[in-house]
Design a protein around this ligand. Structure first.
Ligand code: ATP
Ligand code: MG
Length: 445
């Protein structure tokens, strides 16, 4: 939104006795920064998610500060201040224990006639045009994310109708959603994310605007989408956001060509529950969850009468995961681990008694494979009996001495065969080893 389209209205101001934010909830290092800015004659506001969360009675994840001091002026106030960001210049006030208070100067969107002629210079210019608190509030994404807490008066300042939306539990975009989503399509995903995180209803005009602007998200930087996708998992809202993204037509542009089927929906739900129980979000598991159904279907389609050879399942896994990883520039190590979950799952599902089982059970990745099998079993509502069998086999193997192992994908064909006789790929004989076995990593036996 440009300054010219910004409504020039008085803010709603809630004085200290009319809101629930207490300074006790604010990190003391952040308070120190706020006070010093204020005593030095600058405006010092808490902004964004922390104000929203405190008003909702939640503990904020972090505290961001905004001020009318420029980055250089902030630097003169704090010895421990570093100006960061080549494009969007911010002040980082660093404390011991790697704690950083991020201080941004109020910004505004410049009007078109202010922009440099060279398109390459525009982005950096646009992101560093300083403005008033009101302008800064209006360039934010959602009304509930545009609230300020002023350390000078202990009041909450609302230029964008965020207080009303918090009260009505409604998710609204600041300004015209069609315009704001065109400016930055990632806001569409953030709207769905916050609606799910807070359990707020999505304003109808926001839903419609997502529907209309969905294709634009394909133009957003893949690195940003990748990070926002991980945020969904961290906040345990992957299942509802993927559902909403599918319903509004966003999903297929968010991850090019992606479609969610019922098994994926259940896997996403099971993953959100797992994170709620305290499991860390691992990107390789996220990948596996997103593409597992696709993998199973492709394997089934290729199977024919006999069991697929592991080498063939590996090819399928590589094809499916490769496209996504290439698009989002995901490191091969992460892709490799996701692939191990697929191949390991195939092995678990075939049951016990295959070749190389001892080595497979002792491999460090096997417990993770079993965790993934458990996740699938919960999501699909099947495979419990086999899960118990493998759980006790793994428990037994834990007490045995360590053994060698390569990863499933590094296995030679005859090692991958798991004793099967009808594998589709040709089997080669491995020459007999003469010396003692060396320890090596492999879950595949
Ligand atoms: P949380 O940190 O709990 O996920 P948050 O609201 O602090 O929530 P951040 O991603 O940390 O979210 O962003 C901080 C603030 O920056 C937001 O509250 C919002 O005001 C603003 N913001 C973030 N992304 C955008 C965007 N794409 N467009 C406009 N404003 C944005
Ligand atoms: Mg934040």
């Amino acid at each position: 939104m440009t300054t010219s389209t910004m409504p020039d209205t008085e803010p709603v101001i809630l004085p200290r006795d009319r809101h629930c934010i207490s300074r006790k909830q604010i990190d003391e290092r952040c308070l120190k920064v706020l006070y010093r800015l204020h005593r030095s004659g600058y405006k010092a506001y808490l902004v964004g998610g922390s104000v929203r969360d405190m008003l909702l009675g939640r503990s904020p994840k972090d505290f961001d500060v905004a001020t009318d001091a420029t980055p250089e002026q902030i630097k003169t106030l704090f010895r421990n201040c570093f100006i960061v960001g080549r494009r969007f210049r911010l002040a980082h006030i660093r404390f011991s224990g790697n704690y950083v208070v991020e201080v941004a100067t109020f910004r505004r969107n410049p009007s078109p006639d202010e922009l440099p002629e060279d398109p390459l210079e525009r982005r950096g210019f646009v992101e560093n045009v300083f403005g008033s608190p009101q302008e800064d509030a209006h360039r934010r994404d959602l009304s509930i994310n545009g609230l300020f807490y002023d350390i000078g008066t202990f009041s909450v300042i609302d230029y964008v109708g965020g207080l009303k939306d918090l009260e009505n539990q409604r998710l609204r975009v600041i300004g015209d959603p069609l315009v704001r989503f065109t400016e930055d399509p990632v806001r569409m995903l953030r709207a769905l994310e916050f609606s799910a995180r807070l359990g707020f209803s999505l304003a109808e005009e926001v839903r419609e605007a997502i529907y209309m602007r969905a294709p634009l998200i394909a133009e957003a930087a893949p690195a940003r989408i990748r990070e926002e996708l991980l945020e969904l998992f961290r906040h345990r809202v992957a299942a509802p956001v993927f559902s909403q993204a599918q319903a509004t037509g966003l999903l297929t542009y968010l991850i090019p060509g992606y479609e969610k089927d019922p098994l994926t929906a259940s896997l996403l739900q099971a993953t959100d529950s797992l994170t709620t129980q305290g499991a860390a979000v691992e990107e390789y598991r996220v990948l596996a969850v997103l593409y597992f159904s696709d993998f199973l279907k492709s394997c089934e389609a290729c199977e024919g009468d006999g069991e697929l050879h592991i080498a063939d399942t590996l090819k399928i896994a590589n094809r499916i995961l490769g496209q996504h990883c290439q698009y989002f520039h995901i490191a091969s190590g992460i892709r490799h681990q996701a692939r191990e979950l697929f191949i390991g799952f195939t092995r678990l599902r075939r049951g016990q008694g295959r070749k190389g089982e001892k080595r497979f059970l002792r491999h460090p990745l096997t417990p993770l494979i079993l965790d993934f099998y458990r996740l699938w079993s919960e999501a699909a509502g099947e495979g419990e009996e086999l899960l118990q069998i493998w759980e006790s086999a793994l428990a037994k193997a834990k007490s045995a001495p360590a053994s060698s192992g390569r990863t499933a994908s590094e296995e030679k064909p005859e090692e991958q065969s798991e004793g099967q006789t009808e594998g589709k790929s040709p089997r080669r004989r491995r020459p007999r080893r003469r010396g003692p076995r060396k320890p090596a990593p492999s879950p595949e036996g």
